[in-house]
Design a protein around this ligand. Structure first.
Ligand code: PLP
Length: 432
């Protein structure tokens, strides 16, 4: 293996890739054995993040979240989860048989997005649910809000629980001088290298403090990972870390200055808004279009059709860009100019901010039971009263509006329609 034997494919496609797409050999090492070049690269990555241990993941942060939850919680136990969590968290609860206790982070005043998880919310949750084994927090969020993890870690540990941070969007933090979740006191953290570091898709890291042994971590990551991890992805995890340590970090820090300039210009010269959080990822560009009378979907379409710019994600009120060290100042200037022109073109539109509240559906059966139940497709508009058999989550960002086992109601349907679903969209529900 691999079957291509290092030869080029059709018309030189993947020429360079096949030459380093290895399998386990004494020289190339084995991801699931604690020796050789992969372990050496993992140790360097642990150092970059200031963590005690690092495991490479070739199945994205999804694999890391599954592994992390399996390390702290067993079947029939409970965890506390912020409802802003990615669907991989709740899917893992279903797979392992964990029951989550949720809390909803507050909305940012005047906007249709959540703030980051607060210490108050975590404190209330651990007091209400002293039997929980761990607290899972998403920081930074897709929209760029970051939590005060140091204070949260203290609260969680005083309640004798573990803190897991879904830091999928924060792998670049050490490169820009920000602390990683483990340095802030988390026990486990998961970072998607492929989102904000120059790594290949599916590359991610599971980071741990000294509470976990290397063998515990390997057991957990191998349980949820392929037995043929991609050497290309692993090489990119090593290279992107080295790149950021060597000169990429400076590029990252420089681009932040440009992002700040663009934000200021958008604020001053357009009708769009930039949400401000207490703490945030300085590289996330979230533009709120609501006040201009334009939807985020429409602005995204203008950017694509008239300026050949694709955003990372759009919803009713926002367009979001993940800016990395590989974006040039020139590209950001073009993006800024596009925002200025779109705002000018539609300056006479009437607007009214109409913030959305996130629905809070109620569970009728466990996530596990619903996920593994007999299911049927149902048109969204006809799903009122039915029980979801899958996480119903606009993707991106993959944050479930309705979890498996929860009853869909009119408020959920209306909310999904505002978030890009259409009336004839099909959802999977538990067979009645
Ligand atoms: C907050 C969050 N956590 C986890 C994930 C899963 O990451 P991956 O795609 O690397 O599996 C995502 C993906 O978008 C995410 O947004």
């Amino acid at each position: 293996m691999p079957g291509h034997k290092g030869n080029v494919l059709y018309r030189n496609a993947f020429l360079d890739a096949v030459r380093i797409d290895y399998t386990e050999l004494p020289q190339t090492g084995n991801l699931y054995k604690d020796c050789g070049p992969i372990s050496e690269s993992e140790a360097l990555a642990a150092e970059y993040f200031g963590a005690s241990k690092c495991a490479f993941l070739t199945g994205g942060s999804t694999q890391g979240i599954m592994a992390a939850l399996s390390l702290v919680c067993r079947e029939n136990e409970h965890i506390i989860v912020d409802r802003n969590c990615h669907r991989s968290v709740t899917n893992t609860c279903g797979l392992i048989g964990i029951t989550p206790y949720y809390f909803y982070p507050e909305m940012l005043a005047g906007f249709s997005i959540c703030r980051s998880v607060s210490e108050k919310e975590v404190l209330r949750s651990v007091e209400n649910h002293p039997d929980a084994k761990a607290v899972v927090v998403t920081s930074p969020t897709y929209y760029g809000a970051a939590a005060d993890l140091e204070s949260i870690a203290k609260i969680v540990h005083s309640a004798n629980m573990m803190l897991i941070v879904d830091e999928a969007h924060g792998a670049h933090f050490p490169a820009i001088g920000m602390k990683n979740a483990i340095q802030c006191g988390a026990d486990l953290a998961v970072c998607s290298a492929h989102k904000t570091m120059p790594a290949l898709t599916q590359g991610a890291y599971l980071l741990a403090n000294e509470s976990f042994s290397v063998s515990q971590i390997r057991r957990a990551t191998s349980l949820f990972g392929t037995s043929s991890p991609s050497y290309l992805v692993m090489a990119s995890l090593d290279l992107s870390r080295a790149y950021l340590c060597l000169g990429g970090g400076e590029k990252y820090r420089n681009i932040i200055l440009k992002i700040n300039e663009v934000k200021l210009k958008i604020l001053k010269e357009t009708k769009f808004r930039i949400p401000v959080f207490e703490k945030s990822d300085p590289c996330r560009l979230t533009v709120d279009t609501a006040i201009s009378g334009l939807t985020g979907f429409f602005v995204a379409e203008c950017l694509r059709n008239s300026y050949k710019i694709d955003c990372e994600m759009a919803d009713r009120d926002h367009v979001i860009f993940i800016i990395t060290c590989e974006d040039s100042e020139g590209k950001l200037e073009l993006l800024c100019e596009a925002f200025l022109q779109i705002s000018k073109k539609y300056e006479n539109l009437k607007s009214a901010i109409n913030t959305i509240s996130i629905p809070k559906p109620v569970a009728s059966m466990s996530i596990r039971k619903a996920l593994f139940s007999k299911a049927e497709s149902c048109i969204l508009m006809e799903s009122d009263g039915k029980i979801a058999a899958e996480p119903i989550a606009p993707y991106p960002p993959g944050i479930p509006v309705i979890l498996p086992g929860e009853r869909i109601d009119r408020l959920c349907i209306e909310y999904l329609l505002t978030q890009g679903y259409n009336k004839t969209e099909e959802v999977l529900v538990v067979q009645s």
